[in-house]
Design a binder for this molecule. Structure first.
Ligand SMILES: Cc1ncc(COP(=O)(O)O)c(C=O)c1O
Length: 403
């Protein structure tokens, strides 16, 4: 597939916004959906609607097979050792909450400590704060340097005999920093501490091999990789999953139900209570097939080139400051424009049909550390081209002229 032809797979790009050509530079918030994903959703809701794992009729079986096939595809996509290590959740946020609730319940006790980083999205902070309001745990943060990279020597110093978990993002949604997670994982393991990786911003840009990384948990969302909303994945090592208590109670997660107590289903179903987002999981398979058809390595290379081009095009704009200069960056470029509030910048770009994200990006701690309250972020993926970036640069110049 050539990149120009890739745009053709995304109907949303073939529309006018405010009467202008549409330039979508907000893929870190959510990616657009290719036609195959939309068609799979339509097929399920038009013809194939049925509940799964319980019916004896044709569509119930068809749905169950398609749903479980997606689990195989996901396991293969991230090279999990076992399909049972793939749990479908509502998204990255839900996946992290699942671990905070279950691992937190079983393995983290009063007086224990966990390690996060200054780069975290609220989704990887609040579940731990909620846990710390139930149990008296201490949350420690790995600091960043002036470029937006984690200070690894400080990371190592944070471990004590009380450390029970590290939970850290793979890629920062604000600075694009690609954390050296292999190093972080292997150091945590030398200390006997498991580690969760928030893959929300990496899954669409970086080839993930959970066995090679040797992470204990990896969380991501389908909607950030061309898939539907309401579906996420929690990868967890089978040995750990077997030891965790259930997350939520309800149908599908049980084995035998008694008046007072019950026994639970096998993994992964033990962690999938109630009716899941069936059509969305089935359509998610099409998103994975789409990525595989292009090739993950090609996508990474393409994103890298586009990122370089963006920095080259935006840097010369006077008054524009690119935030952060991490050793390795992926997918996003955040910036401020002198004397222009990012909200105004975003609104005036929107008038030109250009969609970016503005605000605190669900990362208030990082914003505090950067001494900023609001920034603009352009983020992209395989359907963006250099001409989208040219439009953005021209658009920003127009904002300057306008104000
Ligand atoms: C780094 C990071 N983690 C977690 C999330 C939360 O993802 P979701 O809202 O899909 O659960 C996001 C969303 O932008 C993110 O960027």
């Amino acid at each position: 597939m050539s990149t120009t032809s890739i745009k053709e797979y995304f109907p949303a790009l073939n529309q006018k916004i405010r009467g202008k050509d549409f330039t979508y530079l907000d893929s870190a918030a959510t990616t657009l959906k290719p036609r195959s994903v939309i068609e799979a959703l339509t097929q399920y809701y038009t013809y194939d609607t049925a509940n799964i794992h319980r019916g004896a009729h044709f569509l119930a079986n068809k749905g169950t097979t398609a749903f479980e096939d997606t689990r195989d595809l996901v396991a293969n996509f991230i090279n999990a050792a076992h399909r049972e290590e793939i749990i479908f959740t509502k998204g990255t946020t839900d996946s992290i909450n699942l671990i905070a609730a279950t691992f937190g319940e079983r393995f983290i006790n009063d007086g224990d400590e966990i390690i996060l980083s200054t780069l975290e999205h609220h989704s990887n902070i609040i579940p731990w704060q909620l846990l710390s309001s139930r149990k008296k745990i201490t949350i420690k943060y790995i600091p960043i340097d002036g470029n937006g990279d984690l200070i690894l020597s400080e990371y190592r110093k944070l471990f004590t005999s009380k450390t029970k978990l590290v939970s850290i993002t793979h890629v920062s949604n604000v600075l694009g920093t690609v954390n050296p997670i292999k190093e972080l994982i292997s150091f945590a393991h030398t200390q006997g501490v498991p580690i969760l990786i928030d893959g929300a911003q990496s899954i669409n840009h970086i080839l993930i091999d959970v066995q090679e990384l040797d992470c204990d948990f990896y969380a991501f969302s389908a909607h950030k990789m061309f898939g539907p909303n309401g579906v996420g994945v929690l990868y967890a090592k089978q040995t750990i999953l077997e030891e965790l208590p259930p997350y939520q109670g309800g149908g599908n997660m049980i084995d035998q139900v008694g008046e007072i107590s019950s026994t639970y289903n096998k993994i992964p179903h033990k962690f999938e209570a109630g009716t899941p987002a069936i059509g969305e999981v089935i359509a998610f398979a099409e998103a994975i097939k789409f990525i595989k058809a292009i090739g993950q390595k090609q996508i990474s290379k393409y994103d890298e080139d586009l990122l370089k081009y963006t920095i080259t095009k935006l840097s010369p704009i006077s008054g524009l400051k690119i935030i952060g200069n991490p050793a390795k960056r992926s997918g996003v470029v955040s910036f401020t424009l002198e004397n222009v509030h990012s909200y105004d910048l975003g609104s005036i770009l929107d008038m030109q049909g250009i969609a970016i994200r503005t605000g605190n990006h669900c990362a208030q701690q990082l914003m505090k550390c950067l001494n900023l309250t609001s920034i603009a972020r352009a983020s992209f993926t395989i359907y963006n081209t250099n001409s989208d970036i040219d439009r953005l640069a021209d658009g920003i110049r127009k904002v300057k002229d306008f104000l």
